[in-house]
Design a protein around this ligand. Structure first.
Ligand code: CTP
Length: 408
């Protein structure tokens, strides 16, 4: 997915063992369609060679402000004027202190100081030992550098190169990529709380078995990520799926439809948007055995009785917040045929302003999908594309409808 297509990123490396992760970050950014210009401090070259970074970025690396390759001998001006963003990864404690003081005695800090502050965002990925990270001087400097307009991307927790364990190591390249891509998305849902249900539910019949379905959760996770990228606070209630939680999203794992309903009702108390993508099992076994149901040797299968599950979308759409116009509900319809008619009928039945139809077998487990948006105004197709692209389009569609929506 070309999430950074057309973007020119200046990737600044400062001295720290996390430089080894910057090689992968550079690769990911190039794969995502960005052009990447690497600038390194002298200290960074102790940890990774400019040769590696040149090979991965496809451009010679800049290290010195006296670089004769620039006709005007002003790399600090030329490099920063071209950039859509400057990303410092890793950003050492010393370099944060240098930014705070506006130091400019080597190329990278000089370039950061010389950047057009309103037009070129400065994102920094701190990396340091846990004691350094929690030192009052670092906390003070980090607060100041953010007050001066830089965006700090947070740190990871866990084992550190020094052998200690705690906060302060650099985020993983994939995490940094999520944050960098998010930075460029329009903040159309800023200030909103978005609730998403995703994945299948699992309805147990005994401790070993149960009924479920093929939903992978990918579309719901993509919507949660897109809503977060758009500036919303996001709660994701997920059935049993094997997917990484999108950055910055609060995830609540559940198994059954009843658990999903309870978690969704609780989160919906102050949510403004509810997107129901979960493939909730319509029925659950009427009885649950505490022990494994055994074959009795008769050759006959046990007969199973089912109870209907609560309809989570219907329950929330009929709830007080939705009726008062405080909760905008979006449903999904997974159909196998006659998508338009089924989607229209389902929207009426659930009493919701927007329903998104898709063909189940063409979406379950896949990375691509196409969507049919059904609302009061009619039907609109979002053509087949990666789920993350569709999720961003859907989030924009929802955001556009929020100010004008009035409950029926
Ligand atoms: N849904 C829900 N709780 C249920 C069943 C469905 O919240 N118990 C939501 C889904 O998340 C989706 C929408 O309702 O947003 C439609 O789900 P779908 O399974 O397509 O439809 P059903 O309501 O189950 O209707 P049918 O079985 O007739 O297709």
């Amino acid at each position: 997915m070309q999430d950074l297509a057309g973007k020119h990123i200046v990737l600044g490396l400062t001295g720290g063992v996390a430089c080894y992760k910057s090689a992968e970050l550079c690769r990911l950014m190039v794969k995502a369609g960005a052009t990447v210009q690497v600038v390194m401090t002298e200290s960074a070259t102790q940890f990774i060679t400019p040769v590696t970074m040149q090979a991965l970025s496809g451009r010679p690396v800049y290290i010195s402000q006296w670089d004769v390759r620039e006709p005007n001998n002003m790399p600090h001006i030329n490099l920063s004027r071209e950039a859509d963003a400057i990303v410092l990864a890793p950003c050492s404690a010393d370099f944060i202190a240098r930014l705070v003081q506006g130091r400019s005695d080597e190329l990278l800090s000089l370039m950061c100081l010389a950047r057009p502050i309103d037009r070129v965002p400065l994102l920094l990925a701190p990396a340091m030992n846990r004691e350094m990270w929690s030192h009052p001087a670092t906390l003070r400097n980090l607060a100041q550098v953010q007050a001066d307009g830089a965006i700090a991307l947070g740190v990871g927790t866990g084992a550190q190169a020094c052998g200690e364990t705690g906060d302060g190591r650099m985020l993983e390249p994939a995490e940094l990529m999520e944050d960098i891509v998010a930075h460029f998305q329009p903040k159309v849902l800023a200030g909103q709380h978005v609730l998403v249900t995703a994945g299948p539910t699992f309805e147990a019949m005994d401790p070993i078995r149960g009924i479920t379905n093929h939903s992978s959760g990918k579309m719901g996770f993509a919507i949660a990520r897109a809503a977060r990228e758009a500036g919303a606070r996001v709660t994701l209630v997920a059935g049993p799926v094997h997917l990484a939680t999108p950055r910055g999203v609060k995830r609540i794992d559940v198994q059954s439809a009843q658990q999903m309903l309870a978690a969704a009702q609780s989160a919906a108390q102050d949510a403004n948007v509810f997107v129901a993508t979960a493939a909730v099992a319509d029925w659950r076994p009427a009885t649950h055995s505490n022990q494994k149901i055994k074959k009795d040797g008769s050759g006959r299968a046990p007969s199973l009785a089912f109870t209907e599950n609560p309809d989570i979308l219907l329950t929330l759409a009929q709830g007080e917040r939705a009726r008062r116009g405080q909760l905008y509900c979006v449903g999904f319809a997974a159909e196998s045929e006659n998508l338009v008619e089924h989607a229209k009928a389902k929207r009426e039945r659930k009493g919701i302003p927007l329903l998104v139809g898709n063909i189940g077998p063409l979406t379950f487990g896949q990375d691509h999908n196409s969507l049919l948006l059904v609302d009061d105004a009619g039907v609109r197709e979002l053509p087949r594309a990666p789920k993350q692209v569709l999720a961003r389009e859907l989030v924009a569609e929802i955001a556009a409808r929020l100010p004008v929506w009035k409950p029926a």
